[in-house]
Design a protein around this ligand. Structure first.
Ligand SMILES: [Zn+2]
Length: 338
């Protein structure tokens, strides 16, 4: 008798998280790419966390479906002067279905419109933070932890030396410096990121001083997006206004050195200032510091953590040591090009 052969198809699916020119999450046939770093990616569903240039390459992938918050899209279009197509705008708290995944955007507190993404997959909940900030600022609200099985967290300041003073203290020091420089007949001039940092500094100057704020036309263009959302920023473009004795100027950071004028007293505002310890370098950051990152991990209660961007190895080691949670930097999938 000929034995009967039975073919049994076993459908297995498991969660994969890896780096392939961006963060890729896959379960079976469902795959999404988060913050692709190149417009060459082959993934058909891409999520863009926020409008900073190092996260927006995905907007340029014409064949992929793009997902981002409205503010992120508007800020990208204002800064790049490009129009995004094949796009799905998503609101905080809204759920979108991508095959077997349900994806929710949450406020990540980093800049206007910045999102972290919660991916509800058949194999558990995955959260990707994008860039996060865990304190309230004059413009943004702190990111709230989202409980998950797998957390993919940014680690820009994932090194133990990076613990920032309170926001209030930083604002106070910046305002004091501005007043001091004006009394010295200098023109305080901040060189900062055009999206996010510039607006926070303008708001701070509006709230705590009476000085006129003059801004580079690029920043003026971005401020219009804030204005559309009723976030009022009182500042005049340098095209239409004249410098005077009692003004503060806010320029994009990349113009430093190219437009220095006499009487200028320049300053920077970035978390890296902690290393510089200079009177004119302020640790005003849109990112969580080391302690806040650890607390955020603890509160999301993940079984596994992947670190990305910045001090990935250091943060992963600290998470393992201090929280006893399995953690490692996100890595290439074996055999995939990087
Ligand atoms: Zn950013």
């Amino acid at each position: 008798m000929i034995p009967r052969v039975t073919l049994r198809l076993v459908k297995t699916s498991s969660l994969e998280v890896f780096w392939d020119e961006g963060i890729v999450v896959r379960v079976g046939e469902t795959v999404v790419c988060l913050d692709p770093q190149t417009s060459e990616t082959r993934y058909t569903h891409v999520f863009i966390s926020h409008a900073h240039k190092d996260h927006t390459a995905g907007f340029l992938i014409w064949k992929s479906k793009k997902y981002a918050t409205s503010s992120t899209v508007d800020l990208f279009e204002a800064t790049s002067k490009r129009k995004v197509s094949n796009l799905r705008r998503i609101a905080y708290g809204e759920k979108v279905k991508v095959k077997d995944f349900e994806v929710t955007a949450h406020d990540s507190g980093h800049i206007l419109g910045s999102a972290m993404f919660e991916l509800d997959t058949p194999e558990g909940v995955v959260v990707y933070t994008g860039d996060i900030n865990c304190v309230n600022t004059l413009i943004t609200s702190a990111a709230n932890p989202v409980e998950c099985d797998v957390l993919i967290i940014e680690s820009t300041y994932g090194s133990p030396g990076y613990v920032f003073p309170s926001r209030e203290e930083i604002y106070r020091n910046m305002v004091k410096w501005v007043v001091k420089k004006i009394h010295e007949n200098r023109v305080p001039t901040f060189y900062v990121y055009s999206v996010g940092k510039a607006q926070e500094i303008i708001k701070m100057l509006n709230e705590f001083t009476e000085v006129e704020v003059l801004i580079h036309p690029t920043i003026a263009r971005i401020n219009k997006i804030y204005d559309n959302l009723n976030i009022k920023l009182e500042a005049n473009s340098l095209i239409s206004a004249q410098k005077n004795d009692r003004c503060v100027i806010v320029y994009p950071h990349y113009t430093f050195g190219s437009i220095k004028s006499k009487n200028e007293a320049s300053a920077i505002a970035t978390g890296w200032s902690l290393r510089l310890k200079k009177e004119n370098a302020f640790p005003l950051s849109g990112h969580a510091d080391f302690k806040q990152l650890l607390r955020f991990v603890e509160e999301t209660k993940p079984k596994k953590v992947f670190t990305c961007f910045g001090s990935t190895i250091r943060l992963a080691k600290q998470i393992q040591r201090k929280l006893n949670i399995e953690a490692k930097p996100i890595q290439n999938k074996t055999g995939m090009k990087h």
